[in-house]
Design a protein around this ligand. Structure first.
Ligand code: ATP
Length: 608
């Protein structure tokens, strides 16, 4: 299945596509059987209710005997009690199955997504995937937990009702069947229209929500640009649109209600009129007529219900198709069956051999080209280069978020493709430029890479990352909620937390993306000290955006347009590498060194 297909689901899915859901029903066979039996029994009892009514009228009222009336009422109530118990069991189990299965599908889709290659999320819209997990599964829950059972129940009642109608009075049945389309067609027509309008009414209400949210989140801009009166006019327009659609829907609904009233009661009156003559002529009993009207209404109602849930079933088929597509998408990162035998030491060597890579969405542009780098155990290599040189891409390739088209990356001599992803990533820790914190407390954020760490280990890591003091000072210490994405911390504090997380993970390889870029002098000093702790005896790659941080580095690799230009130490590179010299001149404010005609590069460097 291609990713492209994933985005274009079949607009007219067939009910058949619901079949794979049976697989999800399997573990709950017992409950499915109970629900089915209850469903069959309640449908049967519902049908027998008509006979109960017939008994009530014929034996209860017509015979004039109070004993017969008592007996008939007793039978009638018996049926009603059984029907109620059956309905309870049916409703409970069918709804339970609906909830359980939609949850199971949610879980398997989410778990599957977590295992997919990261580039899947570049070509597939995150919001769309999110809606598949939430709305599509909710739709399935409605269908499995109600529509499906409504459909089956009504199919049984439709055929059962018709059979009983024929048995009760074939002549009247003929009339009913002939007139039924006259009632159903207009009702279904208006019904469908009202439903469609209800949906577009909801869309218009959603527009109102979007407008309010956007305006309020940008309220300062609105005020600063004196945009209030324009927003008032726009909002009036948006609400007027919603109102217009609502009025149209209300009018159609009013028509529908009046029509239903007239047709249904007209039809009942007609049946009583025709049937009444039969009763008077003694061809049928009063009870038979009551039962007949009851069945006729049941048949009409079940037909209406079937046509109503048919749309739901079709939408559910579409939802199932989309969810199954997600489940069928395979990760492009193929893992070996077994973990590779690899040395487990405190540090690892990284050998990058003739590495070439282009992003799948840009087949003609190489992000990394024939890159050759050797970083020995415990060594530190700084990577510098203008914006877009491929520095972050190199980190992504080392973490195997993507597979290179050519070449290999070896850790302790083993190609990372021969390692399990878990095995590879457990020996690496990343401190990104913008650390990703999660909306929870400091404990969970630091423990992210080592969930079983003890409190003492977490505190020791925080101390080593110079994060302990500020965490302790938070209102609830380490238990304080850090806000969405750690918004309640400063940039420097977030970075120190990310460093604490890396220290706790105790990795063999460290990938640092200029962890000190957003800091003032004092926090930079703290973070630098934290990093020194972290880098001790570990193989480290540091992307340095500011050369001040690499002046004393053991080794610096200069990258440009995905290629390695030069490797050496600061002083050497100033002599041998014009690009490095230019970057240095720019950053250390020596304007003479800006070579004429290279302003474009200058802009890129600044952007970086
Ligand atoms: P910076 O210093 O600005 O972070 P960088 O050296 O880290 O830059 P990369 O992010 O590795 O540069 O990007 C290398 C090239 O790959 C750039 O041309 C960039 O536009 C492209 N690129 C990066 N990410 C993607 C992606 N997900 N899909 C397609 N192209 C990408």
């Amino acid at each position: 299945m291609t990713e492209q297909q994933t985005q274009n689901p079949d607009p007219k899915p067939r009910i058949k596509t619901l079949k794979p859901l049976l697989g999800f029903l399997k573990p709950y066979k017992g409950k499915v059987v109970i629900a089915t039996v209850a469903l069959l029994i309640t449908a049967g009892l519902m049908l027998s209710l008509g006979q109960g009514m017939r008994l009530l009228v014929d034996q209860g009222f017509s015979t004039g005997s109070p004993e017969m009336l008592d007996r008939s009422i007793f039978i009638f109530l018996g049926i009603v009690v059984c029907l109620s118990i059956g309905t309870f069991i049916r409703f409970f189990y069918v709804s339970w199955i609906g909830e359980r299965i939609s949850n199971d599908i949610r879980i398997s889709v989410f778990n599957h997504l977590l295992q997919l290659h990261p580039s899947f999320f570049e070509t597939n819209d995150g919001a769309e995937i999110q809606s598949r997990i939430t709305s599509d599964t909710t739709l399935l829950q409605t269908v499995i937990g109600s529509s499906f059972s409504i459909a089956i129940r009504n199919i049984i009642m439709f055929f059962g009702g018709i059979t009983l109608l024929l048995i009760t009075n074939p002549k009247l049945t003929g009339i009913v069947l002939a007139t039924m389309p006259l009632i159903l067609v207009p009702v279904l027509f208006f019904g469908r229209r009202v439903r469609k309008l209800a949906r577009s009414s909801q869309d218009k209400i959603a527009d109102i929500g979007v407008y309010v949210a956007e305006t309020l989140t940008n309220i300062k801009t609105v005020h600063a640009f004196n945009h209030q009166s324009i927003d008032e006019d726009n909002f009036l327009q948006v609400t007027q649109n919603a109102f217009r659609v609502a009025v149209y829907r209300i009018r159609q609904r009013a028509w529908l209600m009046a029509l239903v009233m007239m047709l249904i009661f007209g039809a009942i009156g007609f049946m009583f009129w025709v049937g009444g003559h039969d009763v008077l002529a003694g061809r049928i009993t009063g009870g038979q007529l009551v039962a007949f009207v009851f069945y006729a209404m049941m048949v009409a109602a079940s037909l209406g219900a079937i046509s109503e849930v048919y749309g739901d079933l079709q939408r559910a088929a579409g939802a199932t198709e989309r969810l199954l597509e997600l489940l069928a998408t395979e990760s492009l990162l193929i893992e070996p069956d077994e973990s590779a035998p690899i040395l487990d030491e405190k540090a690892s060597s990284i050998h990058i051999e003739q590495l070439s890579f282009n992003y799948p969405s840009r087949p003609n542009t190489k992000a990394i080209e024939k890159l050759e780098l050797k970083i020995e155990k415990g060594a530190q290599l700084a990577i510098v280069g203008p914006s877009g040189a491929g520095k972050s891409t190199l980190f992504d390739l080392i973490l195997r978020f993507y597979d290179p088209q050519k070449g290999a990356i070896r850790i302790n001599g083993v190609d990372i493709k021969e390692m399990k992803l878990q095995q590879l990533r457990e020996r690496i820790a990343v401190v990104p430029q913008q650390p990703s914190l999660f909306s929870t407390n400091a404990w969970d954020n630091i423990r992210y890479g080592k969930p079983d760490a003890t409190d003492e280990e977490v505190i020791a890591a925080a101390k080593a990352a110079y994060a302990h003091d500020f965490l302790k000072a938070l209102p609830n210490g380490y238990n304080s909620f850090l806000g969405q994405g750690g918004i309640r911390l400063s940039g420097g504090q977030r970075q120190r937390l990310a460093i604490a997380r890396a220290i706790l993970k105790d990795p063999q390889i460290l990938l640092l993306d200029e962890a000190t870029s957003a800091l003032d002098a004092e926090s930079e000093h703290m973070v630098q000290k934290a990093l020194e702790h972290l880098m001790e005896n570990r193989t480290t790659l540091i992307i340095a955006h500011r050369l001040a941080t690499v002046v004393h580095a053991e080794s610096i690799a200069v990258l440009d347009e995905g290629k390695l230009i030069e490797i050496g130490q600061h002083q050497e590179l100033l002599q041998t590498c014009p690009l490095y010299a230019r970057l240095a001149a720019l950053q250390f404010r020596e304007p003479d060194a800006i070579v004429e005609g290279r302003e474009d590069r200058v802009e890129q460097v600044e952007a970086s």
